[in-house]
Write a protein of this length. Structure first.
Length: 117
């Protein structure tokens, strides 16, 4: 299993970024996917979840209306569109999935998002 994030970078407040997570090594379309983030000195927090088909999504309250999670099962990729970014969105963003059969968790290496003027 491999999860590889991309799309992070430096953006000004109010700007937008789209993160991508390319998955391999498992049947992507069978797995729900999540984005997490971890800011310096803080615990990792859940950002958004998407079901295996993409039909159901959930967001942390602070991201609702600004972030959109989506997936393309044909491309084995999950996305996080982030709009109206704030300095407090600065964090390393991680892609995650879980194999509930084996109980194993899988994480990407993370991509840095910095929101600053």
């Amino acid at each position: 299993v491999q999860l590889v994030e991309s799309g992070g970078g430096l953006v000004q407040p109010g700007g937008s970024l789209r993160l991508s997570c390319a998955a391999s090594g498992f049947t992507f379309s069978n797995y729900a996917m999540r984005w997490y983030r971890q800011a310096p000195g803080k615990e990792r927090e859940l950002v958004a979840t998407i079901s295996s088909t993409g039909g159901n999504t959930n967001y942390a309250d602070s991201m609702k209306g600004r972030f959109t999670i989506s997936r393309d099962n044909a491309k084995n990729t999950v996305y996080l569109q982030m709009n109206s970014l704030k300095p407090e969105d600065t964090a390393v963003y991680y892609c995650y999935t879980r194999n509930y059969g084996s109980g194993r968790d899988y994480w990407g290496q993370g991509t840095q998002v910095t929101v600053s003027s």
